[in-house]
Design a protein around this ligand. Structure first.
Ligand code: PAF
Length: 284
């Protein structure tokens, strides 16, 4: 018999969390859009090890997709998602319909009014982080977690959520978890499923460029132009790849930097065929 509870309504989540809190238990939240892989698995496992109870939200959030993006084709497999959630130690999966999360006439959004969401992915996805902040803030209000867990692969998202939590006084600890990679280096992503065999091979140019850039920095190179130039050369050798951006930015503000130093984020988005993939490394 499965111990995993599935909730589709906000009320069910609130009632369950209220019961847990009355017993003095701590709650972790892992927000996801479903089609879970080992990257999500590691977030759930970390939450389960740090909190008494773990809630995983599986919600394909329409407000973070522009009309020309992949909302309709985004992969889904809720049966498999439940299996992974249970295996990794989740206690409750929140899987609401869009109508449960957004009223027809929803007109309230959460947005960071600085350059932060306009940099990197924000240049080609201008409404993306407004949708992310809105849904994450709603999930925080519904679940009222002590801690929330996000992957470092979405480094800009992680920085933006930390900023939102600070600015809105959420009192929730945001925990960033390391990028999980396939054996050959490709960062795990639900979007990897879009790649055909040839594209899957080509996609390795992202992680190769990340590892190469990282090795240059480890050898002492601090000139951002040089490091980024070498990384771009490597990606441009791959005929199926088209660079969206390869940039070095301050890890907190997301503003471009000329010198690579501690806390610099080197991030990229690259199209492999029609699939847009991201990857990054942070300087420790
Ligand atoms: O990273 C994601 O999967 C999504 O952006 C998130 C945080 C679940 C919000 O929909």
């Amino acid at each position: 018999m499965s111990n995993l509870k599935i909730a589709t309504t906000i009320k069910e989540v609130r009632d369950t969390v209220k019961e847990w809190k009355s017993q003095g238990l701590t709650v972790g939240l892992v927000p996801t859009m479903g089609y879970l892989h080992e990257g999500h698995g590691s977030l759930i496992k970390t939450s389960a090890s740090e909190c008494d109870k773990t809630v995983v939200s599986v919600f394909l959030n329409p407000t973070q997709f522009a009309p020309n993006e992949d909302l309709e084709s985004y992969p889904r497999d809720f049966e498999q998602d439940k299996v992974l959630c249970e295996k990794m130690g989740a206690d409750l999966v929140f899987h609401p319909e869009v109508s449960e999360m957004y009223e027809q006439d929803n007109a309230t959004f959460v947005e960071i009014l600085s350059e932060m969401p306009k940099q990197l992915c924000g240049k080609t996805r201008p409404i993306h982080f407004r949708g992310v902040c809105t849904v994450v803030s709603k999930l925080f209000n519904i679940v009222t977690p002590d801690k929330a867990f996000f992957g470092e692969k979405d480094a800009q998202q992680l920085a933006i959520i930390k900023r939102m939590v600070r600015d809105m006084s959420y009192g929730i600890e945001i925990v960033g978890c390391p990028i999980i990679r396939e054996e050959d280096g490709l960062a795990k992503s639900s979007r990897n499923t879009y790649l055909n065999e040839e594209e899957r091979k080509a996609a390795l140019c992202l992680s190769k460029a990340i590892f190469f850039g990282q090795s240059l920095v480890e050898k002492g190179e601090t000139n951002a132009n040089k490091v980024l130039g070498e990384m771009k050369n490597l990606i441009n050798k791959e005929p199926l790849a088209r660079i969206d951006y390869v940039e070095a930015v301050d890890g907190v503000t997301m503003m471009p930097v000329d010198k690579i130093e501690k806390d610099t984020l080197v991030a990229m988005a690259v199209y492999i065929g029609k699939t847009r993939l991201i990857d990054n490394f942070s300087v420790k």
